[in-house]
Design a protein around this ligand. Structure first.
Ligand SMILES: [Zn+2]
Ligand SMILES: [Zn+2]
Length: 418
């Protein structure tokens, strides 16, 4: 059997999908977990990955085929269908289309441009645009899957569902340029044409923005830099605690599921090598400040694939990567920080530390992440899940050390790579 691993380009869509879920729909984690549970298997006696030739360890997840891609494309097709209210052939969409003929019959002077008039009222969306909206910033990576998503999309009236042998009728298929009307498009039409109110209570609710302004959070950051211990007195600190507690109580978390295998690296000067024991997080006394930990608080930083950890940890002369493979036995409930810090707030969490400041005692770019992480640990989260800042199509996990080593999380193997 030709088994492949999660690190291969063959399975890049699965890494991408996990990144989509953690940043856009974190509570849909069961779709990711189901893919790993049903479409991958625990490796036993599989020495190498068929595609990337990497060594496979017993207990790692491997894929015998890519049937899971159907599950992913269906997920997005369903998302689009949930937003479709009607199409040009049904419901209000049909009424809107008829407007075209009404306009043509009234405005038939040479100088009139009835088509342009109609288009100024027509609020239909092309399916391709709806997909671009879903994948915003990642359209290039997802583009090759657009057609297999679109072929699964149909309107409630049947348009897009293809030929129906029983009914002897062809409903046609949608393509990238097919137009449909989403609930939002219909509201917009009713606003333009009938003057209805556009309720702005919209589907986009940014809980964080409702609680604190960007300015207040920047002020909190400065307060932390200047007063450190007393920053908890800052008004934004308490608002952050309230927002994060609110999320926790609503069950807003991303679950890193049982049997997932995640990767962590340390570099060493060859021929010095670390064994499994050496791949765990450093003791608290040795922990310097990291993106999600302050000095003296150690975390287990892991990723969903091996290539991204290499991008994150630079390799110097004679160094070698020691890569630990960790299997999750007890699911981890993680705070999806990119979902909460979205839009203009994302700048607070995704900053890189410039090379010349890497040895600074306090990395100011990490301050907000450090504060959020401390609050999450206190409230009951098991860690933070986030898009890698070095490769935003990969996922990183900062796991709080509230687990029992060997039971909740187990290091199953270490491999060495250049
Ligand atoms: Zn592979
Ligand atoms: Zn329809």
């Amino acid at each position: 059997m030709k088994m492949t691993c999660i690190n291969c380009k063959e399975n890049k869509i699965l890494q991408l999908f996990e990144e989509f879920i953690i940043s856009k729909e974190p509570t849909d984690y069961d779709v990711v977990n189901e893919i790993f549970n049903h479409f991958s298997q625990k490796a036993v006696n599989i020495p190498y990955c068929y595609s990337c030739l990497r060594q496979i360890s017993a207990g790692e997840r491997v894929f015998a085929n890519d049937f899971y891609k159907e599950k992913i494309t269906s997920y997005f097709a369903q998302k689009i269908m949930d937003s479709i209210e009607c199409c040009p052939e049904c419901g209000q969409g049909q009424d809107i289309q008829e407007l075209r003929y009404t306009i043509q019959s009234i405005f038939d002077d040479e100088d009139d441009d009835p088509d342009a008039m109609f288009e100024s009222y027509n609020t239909a969306s092309a399916i391709e645009d709806l997909l671009n909206e879903i994948f915003c910033d990642r359209e290039d990576e997802w583009d090759e899957f657009y057609d297999s998503i679109i072929e699964k999309i149909q309107c409630k009236c049947g348009a897009g569902s293809g030929a129906d042998m029983d009914e002897k009728r062809d409903y046609g298929k949608f393509d990238r340029y097919s137009e449909v009307y989403t609930q939002r498009d219909i509201k917009l039409f009713n606003h333009k044409f009938y003057g209805d109110d556009l309720d702005n209570a919209s589907d986009y609710i940014n809980e964080l923005a409702k609680a604190c302004s960007l300015e207040q959070l920047r002020d909190l950051k400065n307060d932390y830099i200047n007063n450190n211990l007393f920053a908890y007195q800052n008004v934004a600190f308490n608002k952050l605690v309230d927002v994060i507690t609110g999320f926790y109580e609503k069950g807003m978390y991303y679950e890193l599921g049982a049997e997932r295998v995640v990767y962590r690296t340390r570099t060493s000067k060859y021929p010095e090598l670390y064994d499994r024991e050496g791949l765990w997080e450093p003791p608290n006394s040795k922990a310097g400040q990291g993106r999600y930990n302050g000095v003296g608080t150690s975390l287990l930083y892991c990723s969903n694939n091996m290539d991204v950890i290499k991008k994150e940890v630079p390799l110097f002369d004679k160094d070698i990567y020691n890569i630990g493979k960790f299997v999750i036995n007890t699911p981890r409930h993680l705070f999806p920080i990119n979902f909460v810090f979205k839009g203009e707030y994302s700048g607070l969490i995704g900053e890189e530390v410039p090379l010349e400041e890497q040895n600074d005692c306090l990395k100011q770019q990490y301050v907000i992440c450090n504060i959020v992480s401390a609050i999450c640990a206190k409230i009951g989260y098991d860690g933070i899940v986030y898009s890698s800042t070095k490769d935003n199509t990969s996922v990183d996990y900062a796991l709080f050390c509230n687990f029992e080593k060997g039971n909740d999380i187990e290091c199953i193997d270490v491999v060495y790579e250049k």
